[in-house]
Design a protein around this ligand. Structure first.
Ligand code: ZN
Length: 281
């Protein structure tokens, strides 16, 4: 294990109504042996495809989009090693509507990266896609960018830029609302512009939505990289992923680390469809 982060926690002043909700859109089946070094082949893992809604008085954001209405085609578009049996349990768009959510409050979908299992649901979310120059370059050319190129058609692209402000050991970051509640850090190893989204709630609870820096919690807890074959197939810069993995592991005691595909990592994050009962005045 890398030593725990010793620096101060970054300042954050989230407004009182900042909150996070999970919108699980389905899972696809894989095995621990493919997910992290040392995992067992017999250990089947449902990989989560979950969108996160962050509410904020300046406008809400989704982090990733999960599975969309065209998921069958999006799975079929994958090379053999990424094609897997899947279960779709309702798109983010359907869940927003079912909860009575006001779409007017949604500013965009901030993607951790452009791979199919994170962006499929953009097909029903007609709001700007928030991403960065590195990821746009990657998605324009990569074979793994095919689904993104399809579902992003007709979307406005909101391109943000990283500043030089380091954040919890990551050299460059972007503070979305300027109050520290949502801070995006570049972790460009899985894809060129992959990011980690740090969220801080008013009560001080912190999350790190790390995308695919690790696929399962064991990746952070051990820590353990993806198996060599998967690093070669899935990462543009496995050395960078390793560095970012160690940075995240050093933070594990300070915040809830959420590898995008670990269903257990979302424990405690409320579902949008069943929000906590609040007293109305
Ligand atoms: Zn993924």
């Amino acid at each position: 294990m890398p030593p725990a982060w010793q620096g101060p926690l970054p300042e954050a002043m989230p407004p009182s109504d900042v909150a996070v909700y999970q919108l699980p859109t389905g899972t696809y089946e894989t095995r621990a042996a493919f997910a992290f070094t040392g995992g067992s082949f017999r250990d089947k893992r449902p990989f989560a495809a979950t969108a996160i809604l962050v509410t904020h008085p300046q406008g809400d954001l989704l982090i990733d989009a999960g599975f969309g209405s065209d998921i069958a085609a999006h799975v079929h578009a994958q090379p053999w090693f990424a094609r897997a049996p899947y279960r779709a349990t309702g798109t983010a768009s359907e869940q927003l509507d079912a909860s009575g959510y006001d779409r007017g409050g949604l500013r965009g979908v901030l993607i951790t990266h452009s791979h199919w299992d994170h962006v499929s649901g953009l097909d029903q979310l007609h709001v700007p896609i928030w991403t960065n120059a590195g990821e746009l370059q990657y998605a324009a050319k990569a074979r793994d960018g095919k689904v993104f190129r399809t579902v992003s058609q007709g979307h406005e692209i909101h391109r943000y830029e990283f500043g030089n402000a380091p954040y919890l050991g990551f050299p460059s970051s972007y503070d979305v609302y300027g109050d520290g509640s949502v801070v995006v850090a570049l972790a460009g190893g899985h894809t060129t512009g992959s990011v980690i989204v740090f969220v801080t709630l008013p009560g001080g609870k912190r999350y790190a939505f790390i995308g695919d820096v690790a696929w399962q919690l064991e990746g952070i807890r051990k820590p353990a990289q993806r198996p060599l074959l998967m690093r070669k197939l899935a990462d543009v810069d496995a050395g960078q992923v390793r560095q970012d993995l160690l940075r995240v592991a050093s933070l594990a005691g300070l915040l809830q680390v959420v590898p995008a595909h670990d269903v257990r990592a979302y424990d405690g994050i409320p579902r949008l469809s069943a929000p906590p009962i609040m007293a109305h005045t």
